[in-house]
Design a protein around this ligand. Structure first.
Ligand code: PMP
Length: 408
């Protein structure tokens, strides 16, 4: 049956890892993969997760299916995590306007929301996505039957937000179009709008009655605190509570901020006009999820329940997130210092310090990336590096390699 099937093109990032694994240079560096590594370059299981695993091993009573939208406890805890830290969020909760569901990490939550929007959002089947965005966004949304179109986001000359371009593209959108926004630590650029820029973005969204589709995959990696990183969400909550915006949808992942990558746990939220609508939306959401995967996996979500409900473990989690975020900030500073002070690289590297989260868009050209790969430094052709792949023992080799390819 598959005799004439052509092979699919290799995945850019997974392809890099294959090359990296084959490389015998002991100094090789993998800056492709978007997963946290510790100061020795090793994956890290968070101490809070280890504790939650111990608790779960002692207390788990069954491996039964969980409900289609996840357990009631999980959903209550998600509401508390995301909507109970600001007055507007509290008001939305009190008014019964927040519907949450467990999702299969960020990807699954995006897909379910994509399916829901395509099936039930009456106004538009088009999603505007930032240029550039996480490559899988386009694939997920298009597989869900939506079309996508880019809006200006990153200024490739200044390595900063193209504020005017973004506002103009959103203002030119058909009223009612869906607009995908990264809630914090934009992937791949590391460039987030500042709070006052978010106000302007919200003004256009409100004027054009766009439906914001927020994706929050790195909550906590911006500021070091998962709660502080909700600053953008607070603005959207307030816009809804003030009647400036009628609703938004949000996809959220615990892959990065709990290090639960392979457990596939996250959530999605929809804002409704009130309790009666929430019940109707939930019933249809269940109809979307059921034929996709029936019900979500339970091991990761039980760990999340323990972490978010046990005060001591929750406090440990906040510390763990800070450890990860601080290490990434330190590595940005260390690489900057090496480039500017040790190697006296003539280029401006301020964006290394200004960008947030796991990734930095270096501004390196495709040609320079090729030369770096020849030196056993692996990164994607767009010049994105995962800061998590940098650690004290490899930063000098990395800085030297970048210096060489940018000055020769
Ligand atoms: N959104 C963005 C912007 C991401 O970078 C990622 C992970 N790379 C995700 C969503 C989803 O990841 P996951 O499915 O592992 O939660």
């Amino acid at each position: 049956a598959w005799a004439n099937l052509q092979a699919a093109p290799a995945d850019k990032i997974l392809g890099l890892t294959v090359l990296y694994n084959k490389d015998t240079n002991p100094s090789k560096i993998n800056l492709g993969v978007g997963a946290y590594r510790d100061n020795n370059g090793k994956p890290w299981i968070l101490p809070s997760v280890k504790k939650a695993e111990e608790v779960l091993a002692k207390t788990e009573e069954s491996k039964e299916y969980v409900p289609i939208v996840g357990s009631p406890k999980f959903n209550e805890l998600i509401k508390t995590l995301l909507y109970s830290h600001d007055d507007a969020g509290k008001q939305l909760l009190k008014d019964g306007r927040v519907l949450t569901s467990q999702g299969i990490s960020g990807t699954g939550s995006l897909r379910v929301l994509g399916e829901f929007v395509r099936t039930f959002y009456p106004t538009s089947k088009k999603v505007l996505v930032p240029n550039p965005t996480w490559a899988n966004h386009v694939a997920i949304l298009e597989k869900a039957g939506l079309t996508t179109e880019k809006y200006k986001y990153y200024d490739f000359k200044t390595n900063a937000l193209d504020e005017q371009g973004m506002l103009a593209d959103l203002a030119a959108a058909e009223p009612g179009t869906v607009v995908l926004l990264h809630a914090c630590c934009h992937n791949p650029t590391g460039v987030d709008p500042k709070l006052e820029q978010w106000d302007k973005i919200l003004d256009v969204i409100s004027e054009k009655k766009l439906l914001p589709f927020l994706d929050m995959a790195y909550q906590g990696f911006g500021s070091g605190s998962p709660i502080e990183d909700l600053g953008i969400l607070f603005k959207f909550n307030k816009a809804v509570a003030d009647g400036k915006l009628s609703n938004f949808v949000l996809s959220q992942s615990f892959a990065k901020n709990m290090g639960l990558y392979g457990e596939r746990v996250g959530s999605l939220s929809l804002i409704t006009s009130g309790p009666e609508e929430t019940v109707r939306v939930k019933s249809q959401l269940e109809k979307v999820i059921r034929p996709l995967y029936s019900s979500p996996p339970s091991h990761g979500s039980k760990l999340v329940e323990i972490i978010l409900s046990d005060e001591a473990i929750y406090q440990q989690w906040l510390k763990d997130v800070k450890v990860m975020a601080d290490r990434l900030i330190e590595m940005r500073a260390l690489l900057y210092d090496k480039l500017k002070n040790t190697y006296k690289n003539p280029l401006n590297w301020d964006h290394l310090l200004n960008q947030k989260g796991m990734f930095c868009y270096t501004g390196l050209s495709e040609e320079q990336v090729k030369k770096l790969i020849d030196k056993s430094v692996y990164l994607t052709s767009d010049g994105r590096i995962s800061i998590a792949g940098i650690y004290p023992a490899n930063v000098d080799y990395l800085a030297k390699a970048i210096h060489e390819v940018t000055t020769n």
